[in-house]
Design a protein. Structure first.
Length: 576
């Protein structure tokens, strides 16, 4: 099949004209690069753009958040009028939904059709408009040859793919099918992937894959498997081979039993987690504050005793960052926002091996892959397209289904190619500059050349990246200034109250934010102040952390009546 479809410059031309766009193409075709070009173009012109993705790991590639969090839909399949009204009462959500002029959703293939319909419904409600997605520009990016979204067991793929949704039809997406290769370069792996995409795989392609079976891919690689059982067997085998003592971390569950069971089945952190020094691990939750994301890989380099949690693992990430990992909480809230079930656990799982499903969105230097037991069309394509080149692949085996794709995805892809080809032919010679300016004006952006140039310089300086630490502080600040209490900010942001208290301390110190309204009361502050001063005089090393700060446990132990850790943490912000 000849793919001569769309250049990045034509795609950018259509994006700038304010068209709703579906940006697609094979792995490494430059989808993310094109999106980043457009995001920087909008930012330089002061147009508010919401950057989201269907999964946490994909969202961080784009410096964004998940679409579920952004739109306030969580894991819902449906949303009532009453629930929509309650969403509008959440000030931060109201603000960013009403301000957004452009919405980007990356890795669209992994978003369920029902959830795209929900995003459409939420935006119509917030924007008070019957137009698709409330009349804002929507750009979806991805590749439907990736695995389909997770759905109910009885659902067919045509019920799950979001190009089959009412919202997709309403949006009238202009298809931009990119073909320039950036990830695999001219490596033969790219030819194999394109042959799988066009279902024209030859014996020569198969032989090239078979030849990697005994290939030396170095010592640092990830193993990808189709089944959880294989992954668990390999992970436990490797853990047992480590002679160091193991530390067990048990999840703390609270609330409604049935909801706890639901949390246990949906959370990727195991209920009982055993770790050892030198264990390979993967993070299973986003925490931009701490510097890890869902999918970050690392190695346990030791354990530290902790006042609050007893013992915590210390993990070295692949970029050499070292983190002390505290438990995270996953929860289910009722309509009033009260937590009715929670699951708290160290957000790690063993990672000598991971499933192909969990590898989506990753780029791997080297991987050992076994596709002998492939049970779903597209699994082989997803696994192979994680790699940069054939040199990094060791393929232990594959069955016939491994190189097959979903028949509906194949039909849809052929149609996407035709539509993209038509658009490329029609628009490549047309000057859309007037439409570009009209769209910026419509969004309330600036066309002042001096201002645009100044903004472009700022963006170039930061590499176009959001500073997560600053962005997350600003989100906490916005909610605090709006009158939210610490517990509510924590729920709204999916963080712990302790993290929010730390944010307030930094905001007070770095930005002079008045946090007096958050004071736990003069009596509590005075009690903590006296204990703090007494402990400081003693200079007992057991009372201090390595950085010279005082530990919380000795203060908590000396309070009467007994105060909680968060109360003490908060009171310390007011101790002079």
């Amino acid at each position: 099949m000849v793919i001569g479809l769309m250049k990045q410059e034509t795609a950018l031309k259509l994006l700038k004209a304010g068209e709703n766009v579906f940006l697609t193409g094979s792995a490494g075709a430059g989808k993310t690069y094109t999106l980043n070009q457009y995001i920087n173009y909008l930012k330089a012109r002061k147009v508010t753009v919401a950057i989201t993705a269907s999964t946490g790991i994909a969202a961080t590639h784009m410096n964004g958040m998940t679409i579920h969090t952004w739109a306030g839909i969580g894991i819902k399949d449906a949303i009532s009028e009453d629930e929509l009204k309650r969403l509008k009462e959440r000030k931060y959500l109201k603000e960013h939904l009403e301000n957004a002029q452009v919405l980007i959703i990356d890795e669209i293939s992994m978003l369920h059709a029902k959830q795209l319909n929900l995003v459409n419904k939420v935006l119509k409600f917030f924007k008070e408009s019957d137009e698709a997605f409330g009349g804002i520009q929507v750009i979806v990016a991805g590749d439907f040859f990736q695995l389909p979204p997770v759905g109910r067991n009885d659902e067919r793929n045509r019920d799950k793919f979001c190009f089959m949704s009412e919202a997709w039809v309403e949006a009238k997406f202009r298809v931009c099918y990119l073909t320039e290769q950036h990830r695999q370069g001219n490596d033969y792996l790219n030819d194999i992937l394109n042959a799988i995409r066009s279902q024209s795989i030859s014996q020569e392609h198969k032989q090239a894959l078979i030849n990697t079976r005994d290939q030396d891919i170095g010592d640092t690689f990830t193993r990808l498997y189709t089944h959880n059982m294989d992954v668990d067997t390999i992970n436990f085998k490797h853990l047992n081979e480590i002679e160091n003592d193991g530390r067990q971390f048990d999840a703390q569950c609270d609330g409604n039993d049935k909801l706890i069971d639901t949390l246990k089945s949906s959370v990727r952190a195991p209920e009982n987690l055993t770790l050892k020094k030198n264990a390979k691990v993967m993070f299973v939750k986003n925490n931009f504050d701490m510097g890890y994301i869902n999918g970050s890989l690392g190695e346990v380099i030791g354990f530290e005793e902790d006042d609050e949690y007893g013992c915590l693992p210390k993990v070295k990430l692949t970029d050499d960052t070292t983190l002390l990992v505290e438990p995270e909480t996953w929860s289910v809230d009722n309509d009033a926002g009260k937590t009715i079930a929670s699951f708290s656990q160290i957000p790690l799982r063993l990672a000598w091996a991971i499933t192909i499903h969990k590898s989506q969105g990753m780029t791997l230097e080297a991987a050992e892959i076994n596709l002998s037991h492939t049970f779903e069309n597209g699994q082989g394509y997803v696994a192979l397209s994680r790699l940069k080149s054939l040199d990094g692949l060791r393929l232990l085996g594959f069955n016939e289904q491994a190189l097959e794709l979903d028949s509906l995805a194949i039909k849809a892809d052929r149609r996407f190619q035709e539509l993209s080809d038509e658009a490329e032919t029609h628009y490549q010679e047309i000057d859309l500059t007037p439409q570009h300016k009209a769209f910026i004006r419509h969004c309330g952006g600036t066309l002042n050349e001096v201002e645009i140039e100044r903004n472009e310089k700022k963006i170039a300086k930061t590499g176009g990246k959001t500073n997560y630490a600053a962005a997350t502080l600003d989100e906490t600040k916005a909610l605090f200034v709006d009158g939210y209490e610490i517990q509510d900010i924590a729920v709204e942001r999916g963080l712990t109250p302790a993290t929010i208290i730390n944010h307030l301390g930094r905001l007070h110190k770095e930005q002079g934010l008045d946090i007096s309204v958050a004071s736990p009361g003069e009596e509590v502050v005075e009690q903590v102040r006296k204990i703090y001063k007494r402990l400081m005089k003693r200079k007992d090393s057991n009372h201090f952390n390595d950085d010279g700060s005082i530990k919380l446990r000795p203060i908590v132990d000396l309070t009467s009546p007994k105060l909680g850790y968060d109360q003490v943490r908060l009171a310390l912000l007011f101790v002079k």
